[in-house]
Design a protein around this ligand. Sequence first.
Ligand code: TXA
Ligand code: MG
Length: 334
Amino acid sequence: MPRLLSISDPNAITDAVRLLAAGRLVAIPTETVYGLGADACSGEGVAAIFAAKGRPRFNPLIAHVSSLAMAEEHAVFDPVSRGLAERFWPGPLTLVLPAREGSDIHPLVRAGLPTLALRMPHGAARDVIQALGRPVAAPSANRSGKVSPTSAAHVARSLGEAVDLVLDAGSAGVGLESTILRVGEDRIHLLRPGGLDVAEIEAASGLPVVAVGEGSAIEAPGQLRSHYAPDGAVRLGARSVEPGEWLVRFGEEAVAGEEKAAGISQLSAARDLREAAANLFAILTELDRPDIARIAVMPVPDHGLGMAINDRLSRAAAPRHDMHDADAFIREED
Ligand code: TXA
Ligand code: MG
């Protein structure tokens, strides 16, 4: 069982911050549900979230902030989104916004998307984020496919030793995940209904809130796909390199033809899946260049985090795949 610490314990916040800053996982109570938190700027920490949840693939995570100023460092706010944040934060509202260039949030948090989901939670969670001084990435603190936890005991049962510390603040007040929105031109897209009532959002913004799928053109799949998949063709399971291909290594073993490679990137020299997960999106982004026409990726073992890595790689290799449907994200049990 993981360590449980009441938020009324004088060491609770400092212990949580020390662990997060070291790339470890801390379950934090928010008003919606308990979150499985990691330092959003730590690739190791964020990769550990996916490992602990046993997610078969990388879904983008919500970055939790302690102030609007912190949020604005990492995403670009339009006036309507800013108005909603001022009105409903801290609270059960998540806004999906264009990520800001130069943000040091790890690319794994966005799972390679050009947008970032942001929320400011109430209470102890906000205190932890403020003390850390950086956003905390946190999905609901349950194993993939299970219900979201609303108590510390529930988290401990679901995740066990995978989490280093569980901060206990009793049962979550809202008990339902946050409402997720993306503000559009003349309407607001509802990506996930949740703890904040749609009627309140319509009243505050004066705009209609429409569910994704009701004819909304949000997240045009092609647009997102091109961000995920590099410009060049991707070949998986490569055990040799053709002249002019860019080699993406996993491990240090010799690869036939590597001296003729256009260049080499390394997912993890030590063949550590957590490290590879942390490097994956940064590498895919770096290789998204018009002068890199062909990319050969060495085989990555298909277990644990390797399954999520291979899922993303196969999507990058097959851009026709219907994967960036925003709907697909929210339908999936997280
Ligand atoms: O109340 C909540 O929202 C809780 C607490 C811990 O904050 N968190 C939570 O996280 O429910 P999670 O990971 O279980 O669900 C987040 C949802 C996922 O469906 C994910 O696909 C979606 O947010 N999401 C995250 N970033 C996104 C993005 N850039 N675009 C579209 N959807 C996004
Ligand atoms: Mg969830």
